[in-house]
Design a protein around this ligand. Structure first.
Ligand code: SAM
Length: 285
């Protein structure tokens, strides 16, 4: 098949690329923040691309959305109030709302166009947007967290694009300080932390900045993500009170009553068993 029917994201940093065979481009919009494109692929459903970087595909977004939400939610003893910074495709929001004990979820993405595109091309990810516990709003996550009431949030999930453009300010000490202040004492921060294979120094810098902001316990959980550079991704959880992040509500996770495609209690335990390169680089035993 000719190259013109494939969409590739080249990752210069590792001299590698991820590609999907496409049927056609379904849509394209230049928002005030970024260029959003939607492709129909032959085998992976629809694909959202922002500024040339793949964000979600229909067939494999579950790895990311489930690990970004359920791992932290089952780690927290009593998660009631959650804020998602970014996450405009609404997949993380949908996963959070599967937990009956969660009372409120605010999703604050800077770009309304991402959500409008998701509603049209990924309706299944948006199926919980009208849940009475959900607030879908559009603002800069940096400003939102700076204005958040102190000790009002149980879990903050930073589901952002890569640390360039509008997301750059979501990866530094000043932002983490606002998160630290807004979290209740048992609160958790979870952030997508890119590829451990390609960007270990980014994960190290992120954890150092979180520590500078006051966070004391850290755990990086790797998981597969076929459409992101190298196919190996991670999220990093930080605890305000320094609690042990290698334990979670195992019985609740094992007995969960909602459907997932990837996450379960065993997968969570497995993600906590650190690959040697993560142990060495992050000193997380
Ligand atoms: N899972 C994806 C990844 O890791 O590549 C991220 C998906 S999600 C669509 C990322 C979202 O972060 C985008 O919708 C983007 O608009 C949003 N975003 C970027 N910077 C932001 C900011 N400063 N405040 C709020 N949302 C932001």
């Amino acid at each position: 098949m000719a190259d013109s029917t494939w969409f590739y994201e080249n990752f210069e940093h590792t001299g590698s690329a991820i590609g999907f065979r496409t049927v056609r481009k379904l849509d394209e919009v230049q928002s005030p923040f970024q260029k959003i494109e939607i492709f129909e692929t032959t085998d992976f459903g629809n694909l959202m691309v922002i500024d040339g970087a793949m964000m979600v595909s229909t067939r494999e977004n579950f790895f990311y959305h489930e690990m970004m939400s359920h791992a932290a939610i089952f780690t927290h003893a009593a998660p009631k109030d959650i804020v998602i910074i970014g996450g405009g495709d609404c997949g993380t929001l949908r996963e959070c709302l599967k937990h009956a004990e969660v009372e409120t979820v605010v999703q604050c993405d800077i770009d309304e166009q991402v959500t409008r595109m998701a509603e049209k091309y990924f309706p299944e990810l948006c199926e919980s947007n009208n849940d009475p516990r959900a607030t879908v709003m559009f603002d800069d996550g940096i400003a939102y967290m700076a204005a958040a009431e102190p000790e009002s949030i149980d879990i903050i999930i930073v589901d952002s694009t890569d640390p360039v453009g509008p997301a750059e300010g979501l990866f530094n000490r000043a932002f983490y300080e606002t998160c630290f202040k807004a979290l209740r004492p048992e609160g958790l921060l979870v952030q997508q932390s890119e590829s451990p294979l390609a960007l270990m120094n980014l994960i190290q810098d992120m954890i150092a900045a979180m520590a500078d902001a006051g966070f004391r316990g850290f755990r990086t959980l790797p998981f597969p993500q076929p459409c992101y550079p190298t196919g190996w991704w991670s999220c990093t959880i930080a605890a305000k009170n320094g609690r042990d992040l290698t334990t979670f509500r195992n019985d609740a996770a094992a007995g969960k009553t909602f459907r997932t495609e990837y996450y379960n209690a065993g997968i969570h335990h497995g993600a906590l068993l650190q690959p040697e390169l993560l142990k060495r680089a992050l000193k997380q035993s």
